[in-house]
Write a protein that binds this ligand. Structure first.
Ligand code: DC
Length: 233
């Protein structure tokens, strides 16, 4: 679209479609896409597999020292996939067992500083779209474009239910609703970098937008932002 590369930060509640938008936008712009939630999910998976007592500060620090997270581009799927200590864990990190614990793990200060440090490094060269909860507020407070996504809670429940049901037909709507409500509550009320809209973020409510409509709208925002930056030079 342009050789002027920027950082695009997308934040919002669980199951607002952040990663769908971020992935499609990165593809259109030729940017890299980083799913920061996948990092917290992979750390949670490691804690669960290794029975890390995450109420113990030293156990958390020792565990983090043994975690190596990388994003590897899968040419066939045209997407980057997260690897935990060289194992592709994409298939495991969306399980309900991980979803049930991830907000608790993501609220731990040491876990956040580990993940945020890596995220900041990934943005050094710009040309990146990152989605999460604190990207426009903590990770990239100077991002050139910040978007805060919302959608009607029931729309979000049904979106997530369809995804979860496809992977596991025993999933119930009630289970998905409870998980989303609890995660929203913990993510918005934790002490460390709680989810909130950056004052300069544009709000995108996609309850009644198709994927194509939201992508088109955000591509316009990107164009406008880059034009503004160029004219301010
Ligand atoms: O986007 P997601 O649902 O995959 O994120 C999983 C959890 O990780 C979410 O409940 C909160 C946490 N998270 C976070 O605290 N900060 C981020 N930047 C991204 C995710």
């Amino acid at each position: 679209m342009s050789s002027h590369k920027i950082i695009i930060a997308i934040d919002g509640y669980s199951s607002c479609g952040k990663s769908t938008l971020a992935k499609e936008l990165a593809g259109k712009l030729g940017y890299s896409y980083i799913d920061s939630g996948a990092m917290y999910r992979s750390i949670t998976l490691y804690f669960l597999r290794n029975q890390v007592n995450y109420s113990n500060h030293d156990d958390v620090l020792n565990a983090i020292a043994n975690i190596n997270l990388t994003f590897v581009f899968n040419e066939q799927e045209h997407q980057s996939e997260i690897h935990l200590n060289d194992e592709n864990v994409e298939l495991y990190i969306r399980d309900m067992i991980v979803s049930e614990k991830v907000s608790e793990v993501a609220a731990i200060r040491e876990v956040r500083s580990f993940a945020v440090g890596q995220q900041k490094r990934m943005g050094r060269k710009k040309g990146i779209v990152m989605d999460g909860r604190d990207i426009g507020t903590t990770v990239f407070p100077d991002a050139e474009l910040k978007i805060f996504m919302t959608a009607d809670p029931e729309v979000r429940v049904m979106r997530r239910f369809k995804e979860m049901y496809a992977a596991n037909p025993h999933t119930t709507i009630e289970e998905v609703r409870n998980n989303l409500e609890l995660r929203d509550y913990i993510d918005s009320n934790r002490e460390e970098s709680p989810l909130h809209r950056a004052h300069d973020a544009l709000i995108l409510d996609n309850s009644n937008l198709t994927r194509e409509e939201q992508l088109k709208l955000v591509q316009e925002w990107v164009k406008e932002r880059i034009a503004d930056l160029k004219s301010a030079k």
